[in-house]
Design a protein around this ligand. Structure first.
Ligand SMILES: Nc1ncnc2c1ncn2[C@@H]1O[C@H](COP(=O)(O)OP(=O)(O)OP(=O)(O)O)[C@@H](O)[C@H]1O
Ligand SMILES: [Mg+2]
Length: 123
């Protein structure tokens, strides 16, 4: 089964809303990092804490998720619905084809490594 990694870089204050919206469509595994970045405005046109900073990097959050059963288009749709304000700095979404994955505990490979194990109890 095809696996896709979706990387969403966006405003930090949108994290909670983004996470719950993704949860609702069945996205469970994810990695979130605090990052600094800039886009086409080189960080200059974006307001950070109500003030224009004369710096090139703006704090953002990066959410990475690998999906196989949840359709990629659904993730893109939900992310845009939650994140689009129409202003500079709403963020970027990058989509990658993933070649492999390993669940270290079991040695499972590929899509099996990220899918639920039937009958297994989770906390
Ligand atoms: N080409 C790129 N490569 C890697 N990361 C990028 C790239 N463009 C943007 N990013 C990341 O995405 C974040 C948000 O970018 P941003 O939304 O400002 O992009 P943009 O192209 O300037 O769009 P907009 O015109 O809406 O501001 C950046 O802070 C950076 O972390
Ligand atoms: Mg920008």
């Amino acid at each position: 089964m095809k696996m896709t990694k979706i990387e969403i870089i966006t405003r930090s204050n949108k994290l909670d809303e983004l996470m719950s919206a993704l949860n609702e469509i069945g996205v469970l595994g994810m990695t979130v990092s605090q990052v600094f970045g800039c886009g086409l405005q080189k960080g200059h046109e974006e307001v950070y804490r109500g003030k224009k900073y004369d710096i090139n990097l703006v704090p953002k959050i990066k959410l990475e998720t690998v999906v196989c059963e949840v359709p990629v288009e659904k993730v893109l749709e939900v992310a845009q619905r939650v994140l689009r304000t129409g202003k500079f700095g709403d963020g970027k979404i990058f989509v990658y084809e993933l070649t492999d994955a390993v669940r270290i505990r079991t040695g499972q490979r590929g899509a099996t490594a990220i899918m639920d194990i039937p009958g297994e109890k989770r906390e």
